[in-house]
Design a protein around this ligand. Structure first.
Ligand code: GTP
Ligand code: MG
Length: 169
C-alpha cells in the first residue's frame, strides 16, 4: 500500500466560536452545550481516507482566549492547513477571524491552506453577512464553509475540504 502523509493543521479563532466543538463533532460525533473553554491547546490525530490516498491529520485545537494569544505561533508554526472559525451570530468574531488570516499570511507557513469557517448556523439572528464573507474568502484565496457543530451540518465538509486541498506531493 501507499504511505500515509502527515499534515499538521491548526484551529484558530476567538474564544467560544466553537473550535473544540467542531473537533469533537468531527472526531466523536458528539456535542455538548457545556464544553469547557480550552486551556493552551489540545491535540488529536485522525486518518483521513480520501479514496485514492490517505493522510494523517495532526490537529491542534488552540485556546481562543486573548491571554493565550502569545502561545499560538508555537501551534501554527509548520501547519500546512489552518481552520479559522467565527460565530455567525457574533460580528466581532468575524473581524477577529480576518485578523487571524492576516497573521497567518504574514507569520504562518508560506502557502498554508486556510479555511474560513462560519459556525453556529443553527442559530437565528445572524450578524455576519454570508455574501460578504464568501467574497472576502474568495478574494483572499481561502476555502469557505458554513456549518453547525451542534447539528453536525457541514462539519465533515470542513475537514474533507481542507484535506483534499493539502499538497500530497
Ligand atoms: P475556546 O476554547 O475558549 O477558544 O472556545 P471554542 O472556540 O473551542 O468554543 P467551544 O467549542 O468551547 O464552544 C463554545 C460554546 O458554543 C459552547 O457552549 C458550545 O456548546 C457552543 N457551540 C459550539 N458550536 C456550536 C454550534 O454550532 N451551535 C450552537 N448553537 N452552539 C455551539
Ligand atoms: Mg476550545
Amino acid at each position: 500500500g501507499s504511505s500515509t502523509i502527515q499534515f499538521k493543521i491548526v484551529l484558530l479563532g476567538e474564544s467560544a466560536v466553537g473550535k473544540s466543538s467542531l473537533v469533537w463533532r468531527f472526531c466523536q460525533d458528539q456535542f455538548s452545550e457545556t464544553i469547557e473553554s480550552t486551556v493552551g491547546a489540545t491535540f488529536i490525530h485522525r486518518v483521513m481516507d480520501l479514496g485514492e490516498y490517505s493522510i494523517k491529520l495532526q490537529i491542534w485545537d488552540t485556546a481562543g482566549q486573548e491571554r493565550y494569544h502569545s502561545l499560538t505561533p508555537m501551534y501554527y508554526r509548520g501547519a500546512k492547513g489552518v481552520i479559522i472559525t467565527y460565530d455567525v451570530t457574533n460580528n466581532d468574531s468575524y473581524e477577529k477571524a480576518k485578523d487571524w488570516v492576516n497573521e497567518i499570511r504574514t507569520q504562518g507557513t508560506p502557502n498554508a491552506k486556510i479555511v474560513l469557517v462560519a459556525n453556529k448556523i443553527d442559530l437565528e439572528d445572524h450578524q455576519v453577512d454570508q455574501m460578504e464573507a464568501m467574497k472576502y474568502a474568495e478574494s483572499n484565496d481561502l476555502l469557505f464553509f458554513e456549518c453547525s457543530a451542534k447539528t453536525g451540518e457541514g462539519v465533515k465538509d470542513v475537514f474533507f475540504g481542507l484535506s483534499k486541498a493539502l499538497p500530497v506531493k
